[in-house]
Write a new protein. Structure first.
Length: 229
């Protein structure tokens, strides 16, 4: 799959994820018109990421957010009661998109090798399209509440388990070599994180997300595939 094809998939599901986020947080939101809620939530989330990735979430004030998002203070507080609630909503929204798209695309594939390639590519494409959120989640983890830190850790381990399970499935099928699949999954995750944490490095070298995806999947296949596959 090419990155442009993925963007079409992401766009198609974006409204669905926005409705899901609205439904799960409806008790916290005092605005009644759903169409304006989803649109403004996206604006609030996007603006929060822009400000936070410049000065940090803890340093961001509600007045900063109000000014940059073009919404009054009263309007902001009709969507969430505090910065902590905003943070929980933002993190859940990003994790929901990542989890749902990743799982849906992997389920399309039947063979372990295809599942592994798809999982790596989709994770990379997600982190490219949602780079501000991925960067925010990684860099702000140490400043989050204990509960949010736990969720962030669980989210990272979740994606590692996906890779580990695919590798185990492939070993059983005789496609992948035996080995420490948990460690291999952790290394794959680290290489995926390098893309969205150090995009400046790859931009300087004119490396696109597609080129990085092709190189990484080729390297992982060469390491994991059993002889003859």
């Amino acid at each position: 799959m090419k990155y442009n094809e993925f963007l079409k998939i992401l766009s198609a599901f974006k409204e669905e994820f926005s409705r899901e986020s609205l439904f799960e947080n409806r008790d916290k939101i005092r605005v009644k018109k759903d169409s304006s809620v989803t649109k403004n939530l996206e604006r609030i989330f996007d603006t929060t990421l822009v400000i936070s990735n410049k000065k940090g979430f803890q340093a961001m004030t509600m007045r900063d957010l109000s000014r940059e998002a073009g919404l009054s203070m009263g309007a902001l507080y009709s969507y969430f009661s505090s910065k902590e609630v905003l943070l929980t909503m933002l993190q859940h929204h990003g994790r929901s998109i990542t989890k749902n798209i990743l799982e849906r695309q992997i389920k399309i594939e039947k063979e372990p090798a295809d599942k592994l390639i798809t999982a790596i590519k989709i994770h990379l494409y997600l982190s490219e399209a949602m780079q501000p959120w991925f960067y925010f989640s990684y860099m702000e983890a140490r400043n989050l509440s204990e509960q949010e830190q736990t969720r962030a850790i669980e989210s990272e381990l979740y994606t590692e388990r996906i890779f580990e399970e695919i590798l185990q499935e492939g070993e059983i099928a005789g496609v992948f070599q035996s080995g420490n699949h948990q460690l291999t999954a952790g290394i794959i995750k680290a290489m995926l994180q390098d893309w969205y944490l150090k995009r400046w490095k790859y931009a300087k070298r004119n490396i696109s997300v597609e080129r990085y995806a092709e190189y990484l999947t080729g390297m992982i296949e060469a390491f994991c595939l059993s002889p003859g596959n």
